[in-house]
Structures are given as structure tokens and as C-alpha cells.
Design a protein around this ligand. Structure first.
Ligand SMILES: Nc1ncnc2c1ncn2[C@@H]1O[C@H](COP(=O)(O)OP(=O)(O)OP(=O)(O)O)[C@@H](O)[C@H]1O
Length: 946
């Protein structure tokens, strides 16, 4: 078929406006010869592709109006007659055919180069700026589509062939990389050119076309593209309400979307049905198979409405456009954003978020780098950090799973102490670093019992000024949460598994509660209920955006999990600022029938009480995003990692010191940001080297405690995975080891790893030791803190009085089991002021005293240290209480000695971890004291010499 004939046919079909003839629009006459060539080629491809369209393809192509669908249908029929060869091999599936099966993952379809095509966001506002369109796209949203790719093999048989080739869904994810990461070729190769074939598939497909189509979409359509309202659903509340609501606002503070994956081969082989056959733009219906008492089978229908529902054939690119893309633009305005996937194991969380080639993180990175290439953002650079949260502990995936600590600075920034961050220059670079991290994660899963689906993985991309990499301008976190069903997995007898489940449950509940509290603008947000929410805190408060993608499996046997996922997501959504709009929809005359509740957007057709929503009241109306001010003070989260019902018990022992600790010191907000390891960069005299003025031990960045990131690792220490789950049960012994500090001093490091931790963990097919450290050339220049001397070699103050006369200090031994060493200062040096006094008496005129700013900073840090130590003490109390309670209940139940013994070991291990944090906090403060005093002395000495 000639191009002109094809175009004519399109015109006849009046389908240009839906994007099928978009090349015409892109090249107004007279096109240049080159453009004409491209145009011709693109059109030719479309001419080949169009006859293969099935009706299921219409919706993703943006052909939603009934008229257009008819026209397109006729066009396709015409083309099929004119181009019989095209469709011969691949007859389109009939509408009545089973739901499409899971297709070959996108990795099989898309070329790596596609991920490199910038797709600069154009339409989303930035935080704190009145500019609604701060970013001008230099490139039309290029994207590809799995749907489009399918067009090359649309037949059922072909699809099945694809499916057969698709590996069974055994959670074979990108992160499970066998063996050590080889240096990928992609490093040395330059980004490949865009292939025209792909260009056409991208043009207007999932990006513009989809967006336009969605924007222009009228009524909700089901999976087969038929308007739901016209298909027996007339009058149902969800349909009407969803239709009335239209597309959701991309700039909401919290968005909740749902993504349904296709049935996979195994599910099809088992003849499993798709329990979610109806999805609209914002609605999804779950047909839950049920059996009555008399064994009659029936289906219970549950309708849900969300900000966005992505059907089984929606590509990652399309998902990206409606989820992460707004966040990308947002962080360039100085905000923090989080995109996380929640759902059952195998439902597509990793596929969506962290697929090595097409995960949202790659697509986001593509745009981030495109934006960084713009002059207005040329002062910024991107950094990556990748860590895992397993059993309440953080592990650096780019640094041999080194244990990390989450802190919060005075400005409510969450900093992950010890996290290695790497500057990233392009998408390839990012992907390689990510793959390396993924391989470490999978190693952890096999080698250290940390099943990856039982951990949360956080990939964060930071925007920092090139000239001040301590400052964070924007932060975008992608989170691949642990499988949601794990938390509820109570059936597993294994204690470890149950504990993992409990931990996951706790974190997922806390996450929900936090989002809920934010939505309700509650004064208290329970961030500290779990490590996960602690870590995510700064992505929720202040200038922040959150997008949750609930992933669901459509097969019947998973319907319960699917419902749980949707209810979870629904709970989050329910509390968002959508209620007013719904109410508005109601007011406009959305009629309710007997099967609906009174809020106008969920039909209750089930007897499941959980499916009822609370009726939103006008009083409960959430503020619009513009009205929202999510700044929370410290008082918002005074409690720590304890359950609320345990607070009272703990608080009896620890009266509130909140007022004292939160009393602001004058000027504390007026300081500039600097950091510990910036000594070379910015060293105002006698300013505490580089700690953010507002930075406290709670909030210190990795730069502040380099010993965490750079503690030399012995072979044994590589297995020092602090999680109690990863350690063999063994009674801890007093910790003491000898190390030499930078000055040649020998001291007992309180951070020495207890011998018990060095016991090799279960052998695995692949050990952490097998991995080499990330290659430097891969990650770029190491950060300054990497070069720092480990501060675990911290020398107590009194040793610094005379560096020449090094004293061996035995801080650890005297204190026995896991007790933090409390340094005993000689009376004359018991306090910094006293130390200063001694020198000031002889050199009253020359002594350099700390300035006000230094004192301010120190006081803040001290407060934070007290807070942290207090929190640790509370945790100690809790551990003790739990253990003793457990003991007494076992006494009553005549529990075995073995069990008590193992509980005791568990208690000791947990206690040891708490104490480790406590000691670290104290030592960090002492390090600060040391630096202040040393700088004072050095400065005084310099002046004297001068
Ligand atoms: N939308 C989708 N389209 C095609 N394939 C998908 C889709 N979602 C998931 N899959 C496939 O399903 C399988 C399981 O997905 P994935 O590993 O992402 O699940 P998960 O939710 O991350 O599981 P886990 O909780 O165990 O980490 C993978 O093989 C993936 O390629």
C-alpha cells in the first residue's frame, strides 16, 4: 500500500486526530527530503502495523470514542483486505478470546537505547514556584509501548509463543544476577541511535498519544474498550463517580495508582481466570470467586476507584508518564518525592519500579539527565544511593551491604549515615551502578538468608549543586517494597520467617498510617513506628510528593491478596484530598442505588464489611494541595520505635525531655550548610568542620561518621551483617579489639565486631566476598568522606592533649558485656571549657574561643545526641521488658529451657545493636568535641607561631 493511499485511508477514516497520522502533524508541508523519507518510512510501518490491530489495542492507542472505534475498525478491515499478507501470519485475536497472557518482559522488546531518550516533562508545576511549566521539552515525549510491540506479533498463537519463551514467573527479577556483575558493554559503547522503527512506535504512542487519549477520554472503559457505563454498569456509583471525576490531578501530594499485570503462562495453564476483567482509567473491579456453605460457587464483586488504574497491557513508559514523571519535575523545583510499589509477591513491583532496563527509575533517570543538560540546571549533578531495608536494618547495596543508620538532622532531612552515594553522569552509568547493587542484594538473599522479597529496596536519586555536594536540592526515591502478603504470612512455622513477616507487616502498616496521618493533616505522624517510615519521613513532609503504585495479580487464586492490596491502597486513597471532589460529584447528581454507600464512588456488591468506606464528612475534607502545609515539628513524632500501647510504660521511666531538647538556640536557622568532610572545601576558621549547623547526631550524614562507611573490612567482617537474623545464635562476648589510629595510637575500638558476628553465615552459592567492590571508574570519583580515616579509631580527648605521648586506653574492657565505654576524663579536662581554661590562663590574649555559631551547632548536636541516647535507653527498657515478660509467661507455661535460652540470645543480640547505636551516637558527639577543641588549639598555636 502506498503512503498516499494509506494517508488517504486515514483521512477517510477521519482518524488523524487520534494520533495515527501524527507524522503528518510533525512535518508540515513541504517537508525536507530527509524528513519526507522518515515520514514515509514511519507511515509505511504504520501501514504494516494497522491491519494487525485488534479491538483490544484501540484503547491504548487512544481511540476511545465509539465513533472513532467504529471508524478504526472499518479502516483495519479495509487495510486487511488491501494488505492480506500482513495479517496472514498473525490474525488478530477476537474480542472474545481470553485475556492476553503475560508478554515477554519489555527487556525483550525494547532496546537499551530507548531508555536513553530523554522525555522531558513539560506540564507539571514545581514546588514553591509559580511557574506551572518550568521545563520545556526539547524532545517530544518519545516512548515505546509494549502494546505497540505486541503489534508485531499480535496473534494468539504468537502471543503464546512469546509466553512460552517467557520464563515462568518465579520472581526471576533483574536484581537476581548470577555471579559477579561483569563490566557491562554498555559502559564502553556510546548510546545507540534511535531506530526509526522504534521512533515511530514511540512517537505519540505511550507518551503523547496515551496522555492525550487519557485526557480526552470520556466514560470509563473496560478491558475491552467498551464504556463501562453502557455495559450493564449503568448507574453504578463507581462508574458514575469515576466518570464524573475524570482524570486525577498529577500534582496531588499523594497519588495512589493501581497496576494490573497480565496472567502468566503458569496461571493460564492452570486455567485461572482473570478476576479483574474490568478496568477503567480509574476503576477496577475484582470478581472474587467464593463458595457458599452449600458449596455453591458465586462471585462477589468489589469495585475500587483510584487516581489511576493501569491495565495489563499498559507499558512501563505509560505508567511512568502518569506516576513518576510529575515527580521528576517536582524534584527539580527543590522538592522531595517518593514513588513506591506495593503489592503481593510476583505482582510486578520490581518490574514496575526497578526493572533493570525499563523500570521507572530508568525512565526517570533519562529525563533527569535530559533536564540536567539544560542550561538552567547545569549547576546541578545527580547522585545515586541504593540501600535495602531488611528486618528494620539498613544495608548499603553499593557498599558490600554495609550496615547503615538513618538519622534526622535538625531540618528534618533524613540522612542515611554511611550510605555511599555516587555521582551519576548518564543513564548507562546509573543502570550499571544499579545492577551492581541488585547483584549484591540478591547475594544477600541467598547468602545471608535475606530473601529479597522480604526486604524493601530504596533507590534514591539526589540532585545536588556541583559546588556543594552536601546540599540536597531534590530527592527522588524509588521503593520496591517487600511483598505485602508476607506481613500476613502467619502460617510459616519458622521463627525467622515469622519475624520477617511481623517486621514487614509493621513497616507496611506504619507506612499506611503515615500517609493517612499526612492526609488528615494530623499533628502527630507516626514516622517512628518503623524504620521504613523513618527513612521516608522527609519524603512525606514539607515539599514532597508521593506516588504509590499498587500492583496486583489478576489470577483467581490470588484474589484475596489482590483484594488486600487494593484495600490497603484504597485506605490510603480514601484519605486523600479527593473526597471533596467526590462529594462534589455527588452534589451534582450522582444517584446512588441501594448497593452503594453514601459517598458516591464505590458500589458495594459484596457482603464484605471491609469494602465499605467511611462516609466522608465535610469537616473531614482534606485541604487541597495548595492549602496543605505539611511542615511538622519535632513534636510531631516524640515517640520512638515502640508501639503506641507501649508508650506509657516506657515513658514512666523516661519523662519527657522534649521541651528542653527542642528549645531552639538563637540563630540556629541562619547558618549555611557545611559538612564534616568538607574540611578541604570550606573551612571557616574555627567553624565546626562542615557539620550542617542544623545537623545533629540524629541527622548526621555519612560524611560525619566515615568510620561507618569506611571501616576497614577484614574477610570476616564482610559477613558482619548486624541483623540478628543473619547471625548464628551465640552468646555475645565482651567486645574489644585493638586498632591503630591515624596518629599511631592504639586503642580499643568499641566498634570491634564481636567474635560471634564473625562466624560465617550459611554458605551460599555466592558469597558477598565473591563480589569485588564497585569499580571506581564505574561510580566515579569517591566522595571526600571515603578518604577519611575511620573514626572508629577515635581517641578519647585526653589522649589528644599530648599526641607524642600516646596512651593505650582500654575503654572497652572495663565496661564488660556490650556496655558502652564511658570515657573518664581527667578532672582537669573533664569539660571543654575546663580544657580551654587551662590554656587561657597562660595565654589569655591569644586563645581562640569557639564562636557563637560553633556553640549553637554543638548545642543542637548535643540535644540530638541526648535524644538518640534516650531513645536507645527506651529501646533497652523495651527489650528487657519483653524478655522478662516472655520468661515469666514461659515459666507459667512450663516453657523449655532451650526456648528461653534462644530468646535470651535474641534479646542480647538486639540489645547489642541498640547499644551499638548508642555508643556510636556518643562517640560522634565526642568526635565533635574533639574537633572543636583541636581546632581551637591549632588556631591558637597558629596565632602564637605567627
Ligand atoms: N505488567 C507486567 N507485564 C509483563 N510482565 C510482568 C508485569 N508485571 C510483572 N511481570 C512479570 O512478572 C514476574 C514477577 O514480577 P516482579 O518480580 O516484578 O514481582 P514483584 O512484585 O516484584 O515480586 P516480589 O515481591 O517477589 O519482589 C516477572 O517475571 C515480571 O517480568
Amino acid at each position: 500500500m502506498s503512503t498516499s493511499l494509506f494517508l488517504d485511508t486515514l483521512r477517510r477514516a477521519d482518524l488523524e486526530q487520534v494520533g495515527l497520522a501524527s507524522p503528518l502533524a510533525a512535518f508540515p508541508p513541504p517537508p525536507s527530503p530527509l524528513r519526507l523519507l522518515i515520514l514515509t518510512k514511519q507511515i509505511a510501518i504504520r501501514a504494516t502495523v494497522l491491519p494487525k490491530l485488534s479491538m483490544q489495542d484501540y484503547t491504548p492507542l487512544g481511540v476511545t470514542a465509539l465513533e472513532d472505534r467504529k471508524r478504526l475498525f472499518q479502516l483495519v478491515q479495509t487495510l486487511r483486505q488491501e494488505l492480506p499478507g500482513v495479517t496472514k501470519a498473525a490474525p488478530p485475536p477476537a474480542i472474545s478470546q481470553p485475556a492476553p497472557v503475560m508478554r515477554v518482559p519489555q527487556t525483550a522488546h525494547r532496546r537499551p537505547s530507548e531508555a536513553l531518550q530523554p522525555n522531558v516533562p513539560r506540564t507539571f508545576g514545581t514546588p514553591g514556584s509559580g511557574d506551572p511549566n518550568p521545563v520545556i521539552s526539547s524532545n517530544p515525549a518519545p516512548s515505546t509501548s509494549r502494546r505497540t510491540n505486541n503489534l508485531t506479533a499480535p496473534s494468539t498463537s504468537n502471543t503464546n509463543t512469546d509466553t512460552a519463551k517467557t520464563p515462568p514467573m518465579t520472581r526471576s527479577r533483574s536484581r537476581t544476577l548470577p555471579g559477579q556483575m561483569p563490566r557491562p558493554d554498555i559502559l564502553s559503547s556510546s548510546p545507540s541511535k534511535t531506530d526509526d522503527d522504534f521512533a515511530i512506535l514511540r512517537t505519540k504512542k505511550s507518551g503523547d498519544l496515551s496522555a492525550e487519549a487519557r485526557r480526552g477520554a470520556g466514560p470509563l472503559l473496560d478491558a475491552y474498550g467498551v464504556p463501562v457505563a453502557n455495559k450493564g454498569g449503568v448507574g453504578t456509583k463507581s462508574n458514575l463517580a469515576s466518570g464524573a471525576m475524570g482524570l486525577s490531578d498529577l500534582n496531588q501530594k499523594i497519588r495512589v495508582c493501581v497496576r494490573k499485570r497480565p496472567l502468566n503462562r503458569k496461571e493460564l495453564e492452570r486455567n485461572e481466570i482473570d478476576v479483574a476483567p474490568k478496568t477503567g482509567l480509574r476503576s477496577i473491579v475484582i470478581n472474587e470467586p467464593k463458595v457458599k456453605v452449600d458449596l455453591t460457587r458465586y462471585t462477589e464483586q468489589h469495585n475500587f476507584t483510584f487516581d489511576e488504574v493501569f491495565d495489563l497491557d499498559v507499558t512501563n513508559e505509560e505508567v511512568y508518564q502518569r506516576t513518576a514523571l510529575p515527580l521528576v519535575n517536582y524534584i527539580f523545583g527543590g522538592g522531595k518525592a517518593t514513588c513506591f510499589a506495593y503489592g503481593q509477591t510476583g505482582s510486578g513491583k520490581t518490574f514496575t519500579m526497578l526493572d533493570a532496563r525499563h523500570g521507572l527509575y530508568v525512565l526517570a533517570a533519562r529525563d533527569i539527565f535530559a533536564m540536567l543538560g539544560q542550561p538552567r540546571y547545569s549547576h546541578l549533578s545527580a547522585w545515586i544511593g541504593f540501600y535495602e531495608l531488611y528486618q528494620g536494618h539498613l544495608y548499603d547495596l553499593l557498599n558490600d551491604r554495609k550496615r547503615l543508620f538513618a538519622r534526622e538532622d535538625g531540618k528534618q532531612n533524613v540522612v542515611i549515615s554511611g550510605l555511599k552515594e555516587y555521582p551519576i553522569n548518564d543513564v548507562n552509568n546509573l543502570m550499571q551502578v544499579f545492577e551492581y547493587g541488585s547483584s549484591v542484594r540478591s547475594t544477600g538473599s541467598t547468602g545471608a538468608n535475606a530473601d529479597s522479597s522480604r526486604s524493601h529496596a530504596v533507590l534514591q536519586v539526589l540532585l545536588k549543586p556541583k559546588k556543594n555536594r552536601k546540599q540536597i536540592v531534590g530527592k527522588l526515591s524509588f521503593i520496591d517494597l517487600a511483598g505485602s502478603e508476607r506481613g500476613a504470612d502467619r502460617g510459616e512455622s519458622d521463627q525467622k520467617t515469622r519475624m520477617e513477616g511481623a517486621e514487614i507487616n509493621k513497616s507496611l502498616l506504619a507506612l499506611k498510617e503515615c500517609i493517612r496521618a499526612l492526609d488528615q493533616a494530623k499533628t502527630h505522624t507516626p514516622f517512628r513506628q518503623s524504620k521504613l517510615t523513618q527513612v521516608l519521613k522527609d519524603s512525606f513532609v514539607g515539599n514532597s510528593r508521593t506516588c504509590m503504585i499498587a500492583t496486583v495479580s489478576p489470577n483467581g487464586s490470588n484474589s484475596e491478596h489482590t483484594l488486600n492490596t487494593l484495600r490497603y491502597a484504597d485506605r490510603v486513597k480514601e484519605l486523600k484530598g479527593e473526597r471533596d471532589r467526590r462529594r462534589h460529584g455527588e452534589d451534582q447528581g450522582v444517584k446512588e442505588n441501594n448497593e452503594t454507600n453514601d459517598n458516591g464512588y464505590r458500589t458495594r456488591q459484596s457482603s464484605d464489611p471491609n469494602t465499605w468506606r467511611e462516609s466522608p464528612s465535610v469537616e473531614n475534607r482534606s485541604p487541597s494541595p495548595e492549602e496543605e502545609d505539611y511542615s511538622f515539628s519535632e513534636s510531631d513524632d516524640p515517640d520512638l520505635f515502640v508501639n503506641e500501647d507501649e508508650d506509657n510504660f516506657l515513658d514512666e521511666d523516661f519523662p519527657s525531655d522534649h521541651d528542653i531538647l527542642n528549645e531552639d538556640f538563637p540563630h540556629e536557622d541562619a547558618f549555611d550548610i557545611s559538612d564534616d568532610d568538607d574540611e578541604e572545601d570550606d573551612e571557616p576558621e574555627f567553624i565546626v568542620p562542615s557539620v550542617k549547623p542544623a545537623t545533629t547526631p540524629l541527622g548526621r550524614h555519612q560524611h560525619h561518621i566515615p568510620h561507618i562507611a569506611h571501616r576497614p573490612q577484614t574477610h570476616g567482617e564482610r559477613f558482619t551483617l548486624p541483623s540478628s537474623r543473619l547471625k548464628p545464635p551465640e552468646i555475645p562476648r565482651p567486645r574489644s579489639s585493638t586498632s591503630t589510629d591515624s596518629t599511631g595510637s592504639t586503642s580499643n575500638s568499641t566498634y570491634a565486631t564481636p567474635p560471634m558476628y564473625n562466624t560465617p553465615v550459611k554458605q551460599s552459592s555466592r558469597r558477598i566476598d565473591d563480589l569485588v567492590s564497585p569499580p571506581e571508574e564505574l561510580f566515579g570519583t569517591p566522595t571526600p568522606q571515603e578518604k577519611q580515616v575511620p573514626s572508629s579509631r577515635y581517641t578519647p580527648l585526653y589522649m589528644h592533649r599530648s599526641r607524642s605521648a600516646t596512651t593505650i586506653v582500654t575503654t572497652g574492657k572495663e565496661h564488660g558485656l556490650a556496655t558502652p565505654p564511658v570515657p573518664t576524663f581527667p578532672p582537669a579536662l573533664a569539660s571543654p571549657s575546663m580544657a580551654r581554661t587551662s590554656s587561657s590562663s597562660s595565654n589569655a590574649n591569644t586563645t581562640q574561643h569557639p564562636d557563637l555559631q560553633t556553640m549553637d551547632e554543638f548545642i543542637k548536636q548535643h540535644r540530638a545526641e541526648i535524644r538518640e541516647v534516650t531513645e536507645c535507653s527506651k529501646s533497652e527498657t523495651k527489650l528487657l521488658a519483653n524478655f522478662t515478660l516472655g520468661m515469666s509467661s514461659q515459666d507459667q507455661n512450663h516453657g523449655s529451657v532451650d526456648r528461653t535460652g534462644s530468646e535470651f540470645e535474641k534479646y542480647l543480640r538486639s540489645l547489642d545493636e541498640v547499644l551499638e547505636i548508642k555508643v556510636e551516637s556518643i562517640e560522634h558527639l565526642r568526635g565533635k568535641i574533639k574537633r572543636i577543641l583541636e581546632q581551637g588549639r591549632e588556631s591558637t598555636g597558629t596565632r602564637l607561631e605567627g
